[in-house]
Write a protein that binds this ligand. Structure first.
Ligand SMILES: [Zn+2]
Ligand SMILES: [Zn+2]
Length: 130
């Protein structure tokens, strides 16, 4: 089967998320992709990121007070964000499937998932401060 240009672009964008491994923002992904493929527009990157998240190939992480991130690791997991350099890391702890049961009044919601973002200062930034 011959691949369409759209498929090739989507694969390229997916590969870039996979390779960057560091929870890039859409903006960082655009910059990385445009280094090698200057003809791919920002709109194309954003559109494909949305589509890839929707089909579950990548994870869209909503960040409370900064740009959203994208993750190649799609299992449920938590994140920690550095308040200084704004880098985002995975947190090594089990996912609390049962956390929803602790909600006393869920207002009739059927709860499906939850996100948790810890905030702090990473090892590198802690070093710089001293
Ligand atoms: Zn940091
Ligand atoms: Zn992650």
């Amino acid at each position: 089967m011959k691949k369409t240009r759209k498929t090739i672009q989507k694969e390229l964008i997916f590969e870039t998320v996979r390779q960057m491994k560091n929870h890039p923002t859409a903006e960082q992904l655009c910059q990385e992709i445009q280094k090698r493929h200057p003809t791919i527009s920002k709109a194309t990157v954003y559109r494909n990121l949305r589509q890839l998240s929707k089909i579950g190939k990548i994870k869209h992480i909503e960040m409370p007070d900064s740009a959203d991130r994208f993750d190649h690791f799609t299992d449920n997991h938590y994140h920690i964000k550095c308040n200084i350099c704004e880098r985002v890391f995975d947190v090594d702890m089990p996912y609390f499937d049962k956390i929803a049961e602790m909600i006393k009044d869920n207002k009739g919601f059927k709860i499906e998932t939850h996100d948790l973002v810890f905030k702090g200062v990473c090892r590198d930034c802690k070093k710089d401060k001293k």
